[in-house]
Design a protein around this ligand. Structure first.
Ligand code: PEP
Ligand code: MN
Length: 475
């Protein structure tokens, strides 16, 4: 039942991307949708398995496994993103570029939650807005690649496409469908640990000192963070004095999960018709994560990913790169958000520091001409990836800060507002992006270059980013 033949090869996918005349109304949102209707559309970044029998087996198993998240939680996030779209909340979305099955450990999960919570404190203090936290976690496995093969010691090998497809190790580069089932269980274990940590007080705002800055060397950043914590602690003790500290939101916080919805076979199996507690009607929810996004390489409005995404209840994201035209953006929004629900779509812009001034204003204008109310989010990482002198993939912290600062300013200048930030980061002291308060150089990259995909901000660089946003709101 799952056999399909909509795969297009990579050269062809480039052409689809270029067919701008062809993007209007090719998917009309009145036509029948079901979790498999994407099979009839061309798909890019497809994975070809050698045994369809094994694929079937994996998908049949996935279809029987229970939902990882509930309609209630998904609706909750939708409401919070509506607030963000209306300028009444700010969103922090972050995590690894490629999550590995090996990152499913107490140490890795705690360290990522810790940096997101530390950044939250700084952002709440700076923006004075409720903060919506979304991790690129508990399922961020599949990776789109600009090159599907790479040359290793003169041999052409398939690229690493994420732990749910193949392995990073050269001996595991053949796509293995049983990894899809493994992905489910690693997501479930990660999510379980997040839930149990939060419900046991991991994020208790009364004890923010427990989230020590273990890897931050810069005494300036440490002092600034300390000052924020002091200000918040003072506020909390004042609230205690007046008896207003009984709110449970101080002891625990909401934390949502997200990943790129690239492997549609997987997403289709986790898409379930469930009761919407708001009106009692059965609706299609993707129960693998609260929030999913479409990558910049798979956002063609006449193709499979947009077709799949238009049918689910979850709030969704679209990565928007410099090649997106205003018309294409509007056509995509019309397909994904036909009822113009505020916060349903988050536009995650990732133009590059050198492109944003030209690319963002027309996109803001194009959306303003419609009834869509989107969450405008800046991903200052993906448009600024480059090769270091040694050939390692890196990003210059200056470029990241510049794109983010420009995003804040350009929105303001165009009578709009930046509602969130999307970052590739880790809580560890990695040396993957150059610059920042630790002043990492090209030569420093080899000290601790752990990523298997894109370079991530370190704990210290992540805090720098949080302070940039906080300072902008405070000025
Ligand atoms: C990513 O977020 O890791 C990614 C591949 O982004 P983009 O689709 O924007 O290139
Ligand atoms: Mn990435």
């Amino acid at each position: 039942a799952k056999l399909r033949s909509n795969s297009v090869d990579y050269t062809e996918s480039q052409i689809i991307h270029e067919q701008r005349d062809d993007v209007h109304g090719n998917i009309d949102n009145k036509s029948q949708w079901d979790p498999t209707s994407w099979h009839t559309k061309p798909i890019v970044q497809d994975v070809i398995y050698s045994s369809m029998e094994d694929v079937e087996k994996a998908l049949e198993k996935l279809e029987t496994l229970p939902p990882l998240v509930s309609p209630h939680e998904i609706n909750d996030l939708q409401e919070k993103l509506r607030d963000a779209a209306l300028g009444k909340a700010f969103v922090l979305q972050g995590g690894d570029c490629a999550e590995l099955f090996d990152y499913c450990s107490q140490e890795h999960i705690e360290s990522k939650m810790k940096i997101l919570l530390q950044m939250s404190l700084v952002l709440i203090w700076g923006t004075k807005l409720p903060l919506v936290r979304i991790g690129r976690i508990a399922g961020q496995f599949a990776k789109p690649r600009s090159k599907l093969t790479e040359e290793v010691d003169g041999k052409v090998m398939p690229s690493f496409r994420g732990d749910n497809i193949n392995g990073f190790d050269m001996s595991e580069r053949t796509p293995d469908p049983s990894r899809l089932v493994s992905a489910y269980f690693h997501s479930a274990a990660t999510l379980n640990f997040i839930r149990t940590s939060l419900s046991s007080g991991f994020a208790d705002l009364h004890r923010p000192f427990d989230w020590s800055l273990s890897h931050v060397q810069s005494s300036e950043v440490k002092a600034r963070y300390r000052a924020v914590v002091d200000a918040i602690t003072e506020g909390l003790s004042f609230m205690k004095t007046i008896g207003a500290d009984k709110s449970s939101t101080l002891e625990s916080i909401d934390f949502y999960t997200s990943h790129e919805g690239l492997m549609l076979e997987f997403e289709q199996c986790l898409t379930r018709k469930l009761r919407d507690p708001r009106d009692g009607e059965s609706k299609w929810y993707n129960t693998s994560a609260h929030f999913l996004w479409i990558g910049d390489r798979t956002r063609q409005s006449n193709c499979a990913h947009v077709e799949y995404f238009r049918g689910i209840m979850n709030p969704i994201g679209v990565k928007v790169g410099p090649s997106m035209t205003g018309d294409e953006l509007v056509a995509t929004l019309d397909i994904l958000d036909p009822d113009c629900i505020a916060g349903k779509v988050t536009l995650i812009t990732r133009y590059g520091a050198g492109n944003i001034s030209k690319a963002l204003p027309p996109h803001i204008a194009a959306v303003k001409r419609t009834k869509h109310k989107v969450v405008w989010m800046s991903d200052p990482c993906h448009g600024n990836t480059k090769a270091s002198t040694s050939g390692l993939k890196t990003r210059d912290f200056e470029d990241i800060m510049n794109e983010l600062a420009l995003a804040l300013q350009i929105h303001k200048d165009n009578d709009s507002q930046l509602n969130g930030v999307h970052l590739e980061l880790t809580g560890d002291a990695v040396t993957e992006c150059i610059g920042g308060s630790a002043r990492l150089t090209d030569e420093d990259l080899q000290i601790r270059y752990d990523t298997v995909c894109d370079p991530r901000l370190s704990e210290s660089q992540s805090l720098d980013v949080a302070f940039l946003i906080a300072d902008w709101f405070k000025k």
